[in-house]
Design a protein around this ligand. Structure first.
Ligand code: PXP
Length: 252
């Protein structure tokens, strides 16, 4: 079977983090979105958090109005965010867990005990023609639960794998990669579209890109960080090249 292409979704949240550190309008996350697309991003991701710590409502509205590439709206599964998604009507919504005190999204969404809460929201978004994905831990039972909930897409949380890469813990890296591979194979086998993301960087992306069932990676923090040193255009191109190198290993 031919390996499907691998898309890159660039998360621009932390351009807004930098802007908000000083107030005002610079740097503009929408300008970053345009630049990322020109450099090879297949789509743009933005997370409108409940506390609006980075992306704001107006950013989502401008992204929807001005961006030609697909917009992936990351959001908590709350009535407030469902209303925003209904108004903005992005190409896709990725439902994520959200706690006010966390620095970033820690762990996947608990879709097993949260099934009755999530089901109507997934249906509501799907009925509007929005592609729904669930940001989840790479576990077989979770793939089955996502399928049962009627979500067409899961995004596998790569955070634990990336922590292992940072620590240089080879045993943990192998273990986490195996979890990702198994979940991706199982999820794809039962009809889910498989995405992955969180914490991915130039030194960790290749083995994830080599998992053939994964068709989209969403990457933010490391790209915006690298952009300080090499510029956003170059950072996106370098990530694209690393992903392509990883993907080429599938056939090898
Ligand atoms: N995917 C999801 C669902 C996320 O919540 C995040 C972080 O907002 C990312 C991908 C991107 O993670 P990072 O900024 O660490 O690349």
């Amino acid at each position: 079977m031919k390996t499907p292409p691998l898309r890159l979704g660039v998360n621009i949240d932390h351009v807004a983090t930098l802007r908000n550190a000083r107030g005002g309008v610079h740097p503009d996350p929408i300008r970053a979105a345009h630049m990322a697309v020109l450099a090879g991003a297949d789509g743009i991701t933005a997370h409108l958090r409940e506390d609006r710590r980075h992306i704001r409502d107006q950013d989502m509205e401008r992204l929807k109005r001005q961006l030609f590439a697909p917009l992936n709206f990351e959001m908590a599964a709350t009535p407030e965010m469902i209303d925003v998604a209904t108004r903005i009507h992005p190409h896709a919504c990725c439902l994520v867990p959200e706690k006010r005190e966390e620095r970033t999204t820690e762990g996947g969404l608990d879709i097993i005990s949260g099934a009755s809460h999530l089901r109507p929201m997934i249906q509501q978004l799907k009925s509007q023609g929005i592609r729904v994905s669930l940001f989840v831990e790479p576990e077989i039972a979770v793939m089955d639960a996502a399928c049962e909930l009627g979500a067409p897409v899961v995004e596998l949380h790569t955070g634990t794998y990336c922590e292992a890469v940072t620590e240089g813990d080879e045993a943990r890296i192998s273990h986490e990669l195996e979890r990702l591979r198994r979940a991706a194979a199982h999820g794809s086998g039962i009809g889910l579209e498989i995405h992955a993301g969180h914490g991915l960087a130039l030194d960790s992306v290749r083995p994830v890109a080599a998992i053939p069932q994964i068709v989209e990676l969403n990457i933010g923090h490391s790209l915006i960080g690298e952009a300080i040193f090499m510029g956003l255009d170059e950072a996106v191109r370098a990530m694209r090249a690393a992903m392509d190198e990883g993907r080429a290993q599938v056939a090898a």
